[in-house]
Design a protein around this ligand. Structure first.
Ligand SMILES: NC(=O)c1ccc[n+]([C@@H]2O[C@H](COP(=O)([O-])OP(=O)(O)OC[C@H]3O[C@@H](n4cnc5c(N)ncnc54)[C@H](OP(=O)(O)O)[C@@H]3O)[C@@H](O)[C@H]2O)c1
Length: 346
């Protein structure tokens, strides 16, 4: 079966995904799956649609040399925006990888609604539409017999949602705890090794982990939206990052870190959610942990989550630190790719 693919957002993750598709071409073919890219949209590098298949290598080259991709467009319709790319790409699968909007989930919500309404599978690494549209988008996908996939949104591509949903039927999830943000974990590790906060942030930026504006990470919003996504999906309780109301790591001083170290403890940006009666209480805040905590040994860019259920007490998934502490577009791309393979095999 041949699948036409549309890439909405063509940044680090979507380009890693395109390369992964190219690399897995032969393996996919052995499974009876072939593909072509028929639509690409960006924020400031133009739009391109070709229902007969775009030259994806050329698109990668153009964007990576800072150029516009519009020269690849040969649609007979005007393509002024991402929604037009989705509509005119004739795609079977739309990958949504535009920047996250923690406040409203837009424009990703509209991209996914449009794709599902047109009968496409919609797969995303963007946490915005999960926390702001999970129930609606899941119901829409079901009514169309398509998939709304978002495995990549938490723990950058390591399977979390699918593992829990497949392996824990009818278990009651009572709490979630973990470290969900690699950037702050790297900064705290460096501070423990004597670096100043500002230098640690600069280092995280220099290896491509922290963004130019690190606010989203250091103030806890990236972690908060991940907690909200897990609670929304796995505890069936809609939650926004605003409800998590995170506290970040800016208030942690070298003196606090030295005192903790002397006591055999360390600070971690701990993410947690717990069922209390009918409600879920969630938080993101720096906490002191000691060597009895599974979080204590998670250093540098390592992240992980522990699920507590009414039957199996503590079940943990850990993503170990990456060499050079780099960020994870390739791992994130794999989560999208896995969602694709699972969607088309269903
Ligand atoms: N990086 C990771 O390891 C990682 C991990 C987990 C989840 N995610 C999520 O994955 C998504 C993509 O991340 P990324 O690292 O690839 O980001 P990125 O490198 O900043 O790429 C974002 C892409 O979206 C485009 N874009 C901007 N506004 C758009 C709009 N309104 N419509 C369509 N496209 C638009 C950008 O185009 P221009 O460059 O032309 O502006 C760029 O191609 C985000 O939601 C992020 O939170 C990323």
């Amino acid at each position: 079966m041949h699948y036409k693919l549309a890439l909405i957002g063509f940044g680090n993750v979507a380009r890693a995904l395109a390369r992964l598709f190219i690399r897995k071409h032969d393996l996919l073919k052995q499974q009876g799956i072939t593909f072509s890219f028929t639509g690409i949209s960006t924020g400031s590098h133009g739009f391109a649609v070709n229902p007969n298949g775009l030259d994806i290598q050329k698109a990668l080259e153009l964007v990576e040399s800072g150029k516009d991709i519009s020269s690849l467009n040969n649609s007979q319709f005007p393509i002024p925006d991402s929604l037009a790319v989705i509509r005119h790409s004739s795609a079977d699968v739309m990958f949504e990888n535009s920047p996250v909007n923690t406040q409203t989930g837009q424009p990703a919500l509209d991209h996914i609604r449009t794709a599902l309404n047109l009968g496409m599978h919609a797969i995303t690494a963007n946490k915005g539409p999960v926390v702001h549209g999970y129930r609606e988008l899941t119901a829409l996908a079901k009514s169309k017999g398509k998939c709304f996939g978002f495995e990549s949104t938490v723990l950058g591509g390591a399977p979390v949602f699918s593992v829990y949903r497949e392996a824990f039927p009818l278990a009651e999830l009572t709490s979630i705890k973990g470290i969900f943000n690699a950037t702050t974990n790297v900064i705290l590790t460096l501070m423990e090794n004597g670096e100043a906060y500002d230098d640690a942030v600069k280092y995280a930026q220099s290896i491509g982990l922290a963004e130019t504006d690190p606010t989203n990470d250091v103030d806890g919003w990236d972690a908060a939206i991940k907690v909200a996504a897990l609670v929304t999906v796995l505890m069936d309780t809609p939650m926004t990052p605003q409800q998590v109301n995170p506290t970040g790591i800016r208030g942690i001083t070298p003196e606090m870190i030295a005192k903790a170290k002397a006591e055999g403890k360390r600070y971690k940006l701990v993410c947690s959610a717990e069922k209390v009666g009918d409600k879920v209480e969630a938080s993101v805040a720096p906490q002191l942990v000691d060597s009895t905590s599974p979080l204590y040994g998670m250093m540098n860019s390592s992240t992980g989550v522990t699920f507590r259920t009414d039957v199996i007490l503590d079940y943990s998934i850990t993503l170990s630190e990456k060499p050079g502490m780099k960020g994870g577009p390739v791992e994130t791309a794999y989560g999208l790719f896995a969602d694709f393979v699972n969607a088309v095999k269903k």
